[in-house]
Design a protein around this ligand. Sequence first.
Ligand code: GTP
Ligand code: MG
Length: 568
Amino acid sequence: MASSYAVCRLHMRGRGSLGKCLQRLDTFLHRSIGSDVVAAQAEAARRDGSDVKYGSKSLYVVQAERQEQAERSVLISCHSRTNEKKFLKDLSKHGDIKKHFFYESYGVYAVVEFSSQESVASLLEGANIPTVSHESMVPFKSRLLSLRNFNSVDSSNQQAGQQRQPQTTPPINELMQRLSREESIDHQITHLTESYQLTEENIRLRFLVCSLLKDIAAAYFPECTIKPFGSSVNGFGKLGCDLDMFLDLDGISGRNVKMPKSGLSLEYQMKRASSERAVTQSILSVIGECVDQFGPGCVGVQKILNARCPLVRFAHQPSGFQCDLTANNRVAMKSTELLYLYGELDPRVRCLVFTIRCWARTHGLTSSIPGAWITNFSLTVMVVFFLQRRNPPILPTLDQLRELAGPADKSVIEGNDCTFVSNFSKIPLHSNTATLEQLLCEFFDFYATFPFSKMSINIRKGKEQNKPEVTPLHIQNPFETSLNVSKNVNASQLDRFVALCQESTWLLQQRENNTPRRHTEGNTTGPWGLVQLLMPLQVAGVKSRKGKRREAASERIKSLLESLKNKN
Ligand code: GTP
Ligand code: MG
């Protein structure tokens, strides 16, 4: 099979390099795809069995590195005029500082990464328990600290003492103006992706919050880990997205150890429960209680234990993250790994996903409130499916990824086969040279005419299949194949999605919309291309503007009522 493919492998080295990466893609595609050098490297890797990744690491490796980095980090609430130089000088008395940055969220905070964990221990050793009158403290010590030493505050009122890293997306109006000044729709899409995607600092902060939470859970389960999953790590996260966390107890030693054939054999006495679900519920209930009672900065804790996937939801105030903590959620971890892999295979995947997610949010097709609308996860699977259906395909099917898997990749979770290749260099790709603009237009056209009433979207096969059940939208869960990930979507939400796809195709096909509009007076640039697609009035107004807007609002209210009814 591999010989019929051109092997093209383009991996992003860090988020900031998206532009460069697209340039590389451009040059690469204009050269001959499947260049001899890349093919030879891949072939050499295959022959000697080495794990050549061309800059890409598997999510598993990335997670381990980030976790280790987070363990050596602390989060400190500072004064808005904390003098960076003095602050670092004082901190470095405890050891070498590898990286630090400041950000703002209900106050100014600093993330400080030391070179060694001993430095963190030394810093904590010197920290005091706060003394306050009229209140008592829960004496739980953590790596979330407050700066009480005002020596490090800048006395000059001139400017803030430090540069702060943004943790939110730029205001939409400002972004629209910037996009309008771009030269092509491809550049607009890249610009949008770069403005919305998680920054290096935001990713570090996410891992640090997981690590802080782990310290609480470790009171009961010292060998546990808490890993982020979902959009925080799958490469499709937008600044401000929630932080999905998974309490992993599989590392607890002895859990999967085989019995010795001879000699002393001991086992732990353990409390039994009626099912895995009951165990998960009781663990989350206790950890949720601890987070609520002792977790510094954790507010609004809700234990949602009767959901299909039990979880503890809370806000982590110092980071500004909305957090969902789950346990025993290995399949979701696998879907995260799979989406990460797809995003790493070709830079166009991420750009397209960001654009479609943003487009859907602008038009109210997705929402942060659970309901009858399409989720970001479903939308991402739809983009993957669309890219598998290109001719030649841009992404391989899940079955193809499964065929390429080695023995170490084998994974069966609760009877579901979750096996797929983890070594990126083994994945052959076709030479499809479509531009982002072409792909965006084709995406809208593809779903504007997709036979949703009869067919199901299936990324395992990479082909539409007959729908196994009567639901408006059927997207097969990639791993739990009897489940539909878009079961919640009602007919009117699907109709809105299809109508918006039709209108967006139409808009992109109009010549006056897909070329930059320059106004000579005042040198301003009019909205065009992607900007027009993201303007609610323009898209909803292509046909009978008034009626459509009214219909959209009433649909949202109807869906909200339905979701409340279901919840009750
Ligand atoms: P945003 O939070 O909206 O940015 O995207 P997300 O991908 O993080 O989605 P969400 O927080 O809803 O879910 C987190 C992760 O859980 C997803 O990335 C998937 O890996 C998994 N997930 C969510 N919904 C489903 C579903 O219906 N089926 C399966 N198998 N996994 C899901
Ligand atoms: Mg999420």
